[in-house]
Design a protein around this ligand. Structure first.
Ligand code: 5AD
Ligand code: SF4
Length: 465
């Protein structure tokens, strides 16, 4: 391929939609673009290139991107502007986006970001010559882990760090295996070196990311990713990896997301329960509390197995906070089956639950096999009932924190007022307190005595250290 050279510093504006993996990918993209001379701007009006790193997981994620594309139309009529769609929508909707959106000049899927700088430079050149030609890179890879790319991070406290990419689970509702491809794990030595580098840069917390971290596996002897779990003595699993990351001198906190309830390794629970640097929080997506629906979803666990796992976690360490994801109105879900989910959410008492209406996604098993036959009104009603109940639970859990003094990592200014700090407790709860008299700085761990609590936030005062 022709390497196009850059003759001035083109300004790029990037908008990120969706999950933390996308936040991380945006940082990878920034790094790849910076290395080729691009600069960045927060102001879309001043940009030569506008990129959208997109999400395909639910229809409303799509709608947001289409809304932003519509806004760019006027801007593009006035002047040269290269528009690029990155991420899961680019991968999944390449045909639609190329047919219906003449506005889009470049499409790049999650495994194709190394080609992005050239695609953008070519698009800029083509546009300056008054021509129209689209650049597209949407091949999925079995190997790409961007191991050698150091993401250009913008948050000074927490650093996202992807330890694996892709997913092989094929839950029937989920588009991720089609947009992010097959599962592959990064070399643990690269991850540990990156963590050391993060500490040197002043980061205090790292959050390890993977679509299903329980499947992380790497055989250092072969220097290769292995096949099926348990095959041939893999010497690095996720429990070993997270412990090694937490042992890096200078790192204060390690978080991770997400494990799959079907194969939660006892060694990982030991690590979370016992290692002082690994945060006491597990995000454990339930999706449904009914066995027939779980089976249709292809989740490979039953309601009882999930509840046993929760029990095991709590017996091991009662301080571990649990959060979850729920889908309401999956294909053919009856009221009784929904009530099974409702009761599990009620019985477990999650710190938080993210509740979604089922949204049929192109290419998925469910889209091919099961009709999306629960009405929008019923889906919405079920979401509201779970959210209402969960709100009460979260409020009660938070009230129990009043009077306790908790180690809180300062993240930055509170949303509502720059005279307050916002931070995070070990178990992931948000904490807000007055800056007045505080000598804390972002990244510091400070003891906060909780005096008041809402559904989402603990309020308190800095206790003497
Ligand atoms: N419809 C609704 N929610 C979905 N999720 C994934 N796919 C869909 C879909 N098609 C939810 C799951 C997952 C979270 C990230 O998004 O609950 O855990
Ligand atoms: Fe999607 Fe299931 Fe993979 Fe999660 S584990 S990314 S829900 S297919």
């Amino acid at each position: 391929m022709n390497l196009v050279t850059i003759d001035r510093a083109y300004r790029v504006h990037i908008e990120t939609f969706g999950c933390q993996m996308n936040e991380y990918d945006t940082e990878l993209v920034r790094s790849l673009l910076k290395a080729r001379g691009f600069t960045f701007t927060e102001d879309r009006e001043r940009a030569d290139v506008v990129l959208m790193n997109t999400c395909a997981i639910r229809e409303n994620a799509h709608s947001k991107v289409y809304g932003h594309l519509a806004e760019l139309k006027a801007l593009k009529r006035q002047r040269h502007l290269v528009v690029g769609v990155l991420g899961c929508m680019a991968q999944n909707l390449k045909e639609e986006l190329t047919e219906t959106e003449p506005l889009v000049d470049v499409l790049a899927g999650p495994d194709s970001y190394r080609r992005l700088p050239d695609l953008l430079l070519q698009a800029i050149e083509v546009q300056e010559q008054g021509l129209k030609q689209r650049g597209m890179a949407v091949e999925l890879s079995e190997y790409e882990t961007y191991d050698d790319i150091l993401p250009e991070r913008t948050d000074g406290v927490n650093a996202w760090l992807a330890v694996m990419r892709g997913c092989d689970n094929f839950c029937s509702f989920c588009v991720v295996p089609y947009t992010r491809g097959r599962e592959r794990s990064r070399d643990p030595q690269g991850i540990i070196r990156e963590t050391e580098h993060l500490v040197a840069q002043g980061h205090k917390q790292v959050t390890l990311l993977g679509q299903n971290v329980n499947s992380y596996q790497f055989d250092a002897r072969e220097g290769a990713r292995l096949g099926a779990p348990g095959a041939g003595g893999c010497d690095w699993d996720f429990a070993r990896l997270i412990t090694a990351v937490a042992d890096v001198p200078g790192i204060e906190r390690v978080r991770f997301t997400s494990p799959h309830p079907k194969d939660f390794p006892p060694a990982l629970l030991d690590a979370v329960a016992g290692h002082p640097k690994i945060c006491k929080h597990i995000h454990l997506p339930l999706q449904s509390g009914n066995d027939r629906i779980l089976d249709l979803m292809g989740r490979s666990y039953t309601r009882t197995e999930y509840l046993d796992l929760v029990d095991g976690i709590r017996k091991r360490n009662a301080e571990i906070a649990l959060t979850t994801d729920i889908i309401c109105g999956f294909c053919s879900e009856t009221e009784e089956e929904f009530l099974d989910t409702y009761r599990v959410v009620q019985d477990v008492g999650f710190h938080a639950a993210y509740v979604f209406k089922y949204s049929e996604r192109k290419h998925t098993i469910a889209a091919r096999k099961y009709p999306d036959d629960v009405s929008e009104a019923i889906k919405s009603d079920r979401v509201v009932r779970i959210v209402d109940m969960q709100t009460g639970i979260a409020f009660r859990i938070n009230q129990e924190m009043i009077g306790r003094t908790i180690a809180t990592m300062v993240e930055g200014d509170a949303k509502r007022s720059s005279s307050q700090w916002k931070g995070r407790a070990d178990n992931s709860l948000t904490v807000v307190w007055e800056k007045d008299g505080s000598r804390a700085r972002p990244g510091d761990l400070v003891p906060i005595t909780v005096s008041r609590a809402s559904v989402t936030t603990l309020f308190g005062t800095e206790a003497p250290a």
